[in-house]
Design a protein around this ligand. Structure first.
Ligand code: WQD
Length: 335
């Protein structure tokens, strides 16, 4: 199929594009490089000895976006482009709604104009807000507690209404839990622009000595060691879930929503121990106050994606840490 991938040079996008190419799809990536690098294309081509078209296009630039649709005539869209930093979204909420909502509307309007009926939408477990029941099923309440989370929930509702408004429209919404790790080659991985806020890159910066220690946000949560727990999912597993979603788009109409996680959670101290095992380097840390908005524990019920898509995660925590460390040593993204 001809797949248009917005944000395809980013962390999740690049790992998905590699798998799309390997599966024989033709890919056009549109990226504004606000949180990605053009050079990622070279690495992906090295990895799979296949190429793809790459254009610097912002999803808010409707003219350039339409030109891409007109020339490429996509059969499906994978929409990764958007802003995702929770703390930042409180400072500039209007920027998050513009990028994450108006950007999506631009995509859907052009899909309609160019008869593209299939979309895979990047959503997030953040739409659930603080979990009230664990594991979290797709029927859990939707109470996002950040402008970022609310922009994702608005996007989900737009997708649902778009799908119901037209014949033979198909949409899959994927609610990511915590994407981590890197391709085993170490040539692509998480390469955040600016100072990262999430755990894995911060632990890597600490191991590399870029920062003196890791601050652990809270040590008195109701978990086995008092530190908060998350459902970390290997980026290669997350990418393969997108290909499974694409297969579903080909055989159904309407909209389906899936959690994409492993179905289990690890605490911050679990992750530190795994990194120390993999790198043989001690991770200096200190306990500090809880971070506002953090949940004690969060992990997915993954029964639906297994039942409907036949997808399950394959990678464990040590592989997540090992590939993340290998990416660091191979490409040195965080220096
Ligand atoms: C993980 C755990 C922290 C940093 C974020 C986004 C969410 C989604 C996934 C996009 C928590 C602890 C972290 C640190 C720490 N992204 N921590 N010290 O908060 O679960 O979710 O990524 O969709 O929208 O918010 O991930 O990596 O920030 O934190 O103790 O320096 O690590 O308290 O328990 P989070 P995270």
């Amino acid at each position: 199929m001809r797949i248009l991938v917005t944000g395809g040079n980013g962390y999740i996008g690049s790992h998905t594009v590699r798998q799309l190419l390997a599966a024989g799809h033709r890919v056009l990536v549109l990226d504004n490089f606000s949180n990605s690098k053009q050079e990622v294309k070279i690495e992906i081509q090295r990895l799979c000895n296949l190429s793809y078209d790459l254009e610097e296009v912002d999803i808010l630039d409707n003219d350039k976006l339409e030109c891409a649709f007109r020339n490429f005539q996509p059969e499906a869209v994978m929409h990764f482009a958007g802003l995702k930093a929770v703390a930042e979204s409180f400072k500039v909420p209007e920027k998050y709604y513009r990028e994450n909502v108006v950007g999506l509307l631009n995509i859907l309007q052009l899909m309609e104009k160019y008869s593209c009926k299939n979309i895979v939408f990047s959503s997030s477990a953040t739409v659930y807000g603080l979990p009230t029941i664990l594991p979290i099923t797709e029927e859990h309440g939707l109470n996002p507690i950040s402008p970022y989370g609310r922009s994702k929930l608005v996007g989900e509702n737009i997708i649902k209404d778009w799908s119901n408004a037209g014949s033979d429209r198909s949409a899959v919404i994927l609610r990511y839990f915590n994407p981590v790790g890197a391709h085993s080659s170490g040539l692509i991985g998480e390469n955040p622009t600016g100072v990262p806020s999430n755990l894995f890159p911060i632990i890597l910066r600490t191991i590399l000595g870029i920062q003196p220690n890791l601050e652990i946000y809270g040590y008195d949560y109701d978990t086995h060691d008092g530190t908060a727990a998350r459902d970390y999912i290997h980026i290669e597993d997350l990418a393969s879930a997108h290909l499974a979603a694409l297969d579903l788009l080909a055989v159904f109409e309407g909209v389906e929503t899936f959690n994409v996680g492993t179905g289990r959670s690890y605490t911050v101290l679990d992750v530190i121990k795994a990194f120390e095992h993999v790198t043989k380097i001690q991770v200096p840390y200190k306990f500090v106050d809880r971070r506002s908005g953090d949940a004690p524990n969060c992990f997915a019920d993954v029964a639906k994606i297994k039942r409907v898509l036949g997808w399950t995660s394959q990678y464990g925590l040590h592989q997540m840490c090992d590939t993340a460390w290998n990416w660091c040593e191979t490409t040195k993204p965080l220096t």
